[in-house]
Design a protein around this ligand. Sequence first.
Ligand code: URA
Length: 435
Amino acid sequence: MDARSIIAKLRQREVPETEDLRWFAMGLADGTVSDAQAGAFAMAVCMGGLGPKGRAALTLAMRDSGDVLQWDLDGPVIDKHSTGGVGDCVSLLLAPALAECGAFVPMISGRGLGHTGGTLDKMESIAGLIIGVSEDRLAAIVAQVGCAIVGASAGIAPADKRLYAIRDVTATVESLDLITASILSKKLAASPDALVLDVKVGSGAFMKTMDEARALATALCETANAAGCRTTAIISDMNQPLVPSLGNALEVAEIMKVLTGEVTAGPLVSLSAALGGVVLTDAGLVDDVQDGADRILAALRDGRVAERFGRMVAAQGGPVAFVDTWARFLPEANVIREVAAPEAGYVTAIDGESLGLAVVALGGGRQVESDVIDPSVGLSGLARLGDFVERGQPLAVIHAGREDLVRGAEAMVRQAITMDTDPVTAPDLIHERVG
Ligand code: URA
C-alpha cells in the first residue's frame, strides 16, 4: 500500500478499501504520509466524498490511530458533543448532571474554533483548574467523581490532530466526511456506550441552514451507530446566544447561576434537560426521554449537580470551595461598559457569528493558534430576540481588558443586533431529533 495509489483512487471517484484507509490513518499518525499527501487526500475526499461506508471506515481508522480507552465501571459511559455555537456552555452543566443520574462521563472536549467558544477555554477560566491530564488520571477522576472535562491527550486520535491542522490551511475543513471522521474519531476513542450530539443551526452556528444541519446530524448518527455507540442528535437553534453572556469566565458565571438556583429556567436549562433525556434513554438508564429530562431537572433543583460539579472542579485542580465562593475564583475585566440602544424598538435579528467575533476581538478567543486568551472578557446582559429595548437602554454590556478595545466591540455589537418597530417571535429552541 502507498499514499499515492490511495489518493489516485479517490481522484478517480473510487472509495478506497477499509484497509487502505486504515493504512492512511496510521501513516498520518506515524509520519509515513507526508503533509503534501495528507493535503491531497483531504482535497480528494472533499471533492469526491466517501459515502456512508467509507466515512465509517475512515472514522474507525482515525480512532484506531491512537489509544482507545477501556472502562470497568458499574454504569454506562456516556458523552455529549456540540458542533459549536455562541454562549453554548451546556457541557459544563450536563457532564455533572449525567453523572448524577448514574452515568460515567469522560468528556474529551475542544477549544474555541473561529467565532465559537470552547469548553476547555471556559473550564480554564476557573483559577487553578487543569484540563491536560493523563489517561490514567482521567480514568481515576471518572471512577471517583463520575465525570471529567478534559482535553484530548497526545495518544487520542493522533491521525485527526495531524489531518485537522492540514485541513485548516488547505480549505478542506468543510467536508461532511472529514468533519464526521474528525469529531467521532475523538469521541469514539473514549469508548462511550451512548452519545448525544447537539447540532447547532442558525446565525451563530457553522451550519446556517436546516438542510446542512440535517445532513451533518444524519452523517454523525449513522457513523456512530454503525460503530456500536447508540447515538441521537438534536438540531437546536443558534439564531441567538444560548445564554445572555459570551466569554469564558462570563459563561462559567451563567453556569453557576443555574447550579446555585439563581436561574431555574431558560434555554440553557431546557436544552441541557432535552439532551440529557435523550442520552440517558439511549444508555438504558431511564425509560423515556421525558423521564430522563425530569431527572436532570430534579438533580439541578436540589443542588446535587452543583455538588458534583464542585467535586469535578476540585479533582481537576480547581478550588475546593468553588461552588460556594465561585465569584472569587473567576477573573473580572478591567473595563465594563454598556452598549446603549440607538433607538427604541424590538430586537428582530441577532448575528451570533458577529457577536462571537466581537468576543474574539476583545481577546476572549484566538485569532491565531498561539494567542493567549483573556478569560475575563466578553459580553453580558445581551438582549434576546423579541425583547423591546428603550432608546438608551443597554443592548449588551462589554467586558474589556483595555479602554481602547471598547469602541470596536461596541460597533460590532450594534451591527450584530437588528432592531425594528414590529416584534418577532423567537424560533423554537429545538428543531428536530435525528437518529
Ligand atoms: N470539530 C472537530 O473536531 N473537527 C471538525 O472537523 C470540525 C469540528
